[in-house]
Write a protein that binds this ligand. Structure first.
Ligand SMILES: *Cc1c(COP(=O)(O)O)cnc(C)c1O
Length: 365
């Protein structure tokens, strides 16, 4: 570790809140929308809603998106005065809990809209909600024809709709015609809902002028993910994952390492065992492809990632970096979220949101 070994934990996750705030500012500039929100679902993409949301609030962020009621309640505690939208809407009969915490459900079906409008009538207070129209994902929201048909219907006002939104299918893919089709459908919808704010862009959509609206909704890029794959990452890294070396050993050609002997030394090799494994949230699927930085040198994983341990081939690492307790970097520097995701056969989003509860967490600001 930079300071000392994480005492009582396998790995240390350092979360840079000043980088998070800088990323939000950057995205707000790039998006050129009157307002930029922050998506903080999945515990702020693994970074911790209780620390991330207040940091963003201090930077000027006033609107937040989560996926579930439980996340909405955590967000409400973290940012008491913010507007908080719940992307997955609300389950039947659960409107009172949303209302008690002044959470705004994102409504995606006629049934859901009617239930929220009925709750507004009953309470005699119109509490705001968003309307989700599906322009191509086929996942959540009214269809475009349904959305157009409901425009001007009194139920829209009764349900307190104050935001019209849709979600992009592949904004990270350059020049994808699907994005243009979605943007065109969304423009038609906006015209049918005059006076209601609109939101289309996620992190990658922020960089596409065609996705500009009243409110941008970035998530991944806030936390350092690259919103423009194939280009240099314009965001600052937010998370760093390190684990300490427990032991170093020398093995001869032909010896194996780890469960089921999946790795065989091609010659005399030096191995180091790290105090971190899949139970910490580091994917076992990284077996055979994963790597860590030791003394600045990329060292491949040797053998299966096990529950609490990872074996590294540190033959190329400088000797002085191989002390017991010395740090290896699993996420950070050249091992960015995209690389770590690729090494595990997944995407950086899954790496970030899977960051375990078992790490020592250090926040810097
Ligand atoms: C998760 C999500 C976002 C944020 O997307 P990123 O790609 O992480 O920026 C925005 N809108 C909706 C509806 C989402 O589900």
């Amino acid at each position: 570790m930079r300071d000392s070994s994480p005492i009582g934990h396998g790995g240390r996750l350092t979360i840079d809140l000043s980088a998070l705030r800088a990323n939000w500012r950057r995205l707000a500039e790039v998006a050129e929308c009157p307002e930029t929100a922050a998506v903080i679902k999945a515990d702020a993409y693994g970074c911790g809603i209780a620390r991330a949301a207040p940091a963003l609030w201090r930077e000027g962020c006033r609107t937040f998106f989560v996926a579930h009621l439980s996340e909405g309640l955590a967000a409400r505690e973290a940012v008491p005065e913010a507007a908080i939208y719940v992307l997955n809407g609300f389950p039947p009969g659960r409107a009172p809990e949303y209302r008690a915490a002044t959470l705004r459900p994102v409504l995606g079906s006629r049934e859901e809209i009617a239930e929220w409008a009925a709750a507004n009538r009953q309470e005699g207070v119109i509490r705001p909600a968003a309307l989700h129209v599906d322009t191509g994902m086929n996942r959540l929201g009214l269809s475009v024809p349904e959305g157009l048909a409901l425009a001007g219907d009194p139920v829209i006002a009764q349900a307190g709709i104050d935001l019209l939104m849709s979600h992009l299918v592949s904004a990270e893919v350059e020049h994808d015609p699907l994005t243009d089709r979605q943007a065109a459908a969304f423009a038609t919808l906006r015209a049918a809902y005059p006076g209601i704010r609109a939101s289309l862009a996620n992190s990658s959509g922020d960089f596409l002028p065609v996705c500009r609206a009243d409110l941008a909704r970035p998530g991944y890029a806030l936390y350092g993910g690259n919103p423009r794959p194939g280009h240099d990452n314009p965001m600052r890294p937010v998370v760093r994952l390190e684990a300490g070396i427990l032991q170093v050993r020398e093995v001869a050609a032909g010896e194996t390492a780890g469960y089921n002997a999946r790795w065989t030394a091609p010659g005399p090799r030096r191995l180091a065992t790290l105090s971190l494994g899949y139970a910490d949230g580091f994917p076992r699927a990284s077996t055979g492809r994963g790597e860590a930085l030791v003394g600045g040198v990329r060292c491949p994983f040797a053998g299966n990632v096990s529950m609490d341990l990872i074996i590294l081939d540190v033959t190329e690492a400088p000797q002085e970096a191989l002390r017991r307790g010395a740090p290896a970097t699993l996420i950070g520097d050249r091992l960015d979220l995209e690389t770590v995701g690729r090494n595990a056969g997944t995407i950086g989003y899954e790496i970030l949101t899977g960051l375990g509860r078992r790490y020592e967490r250090v926040y810097r600001d």
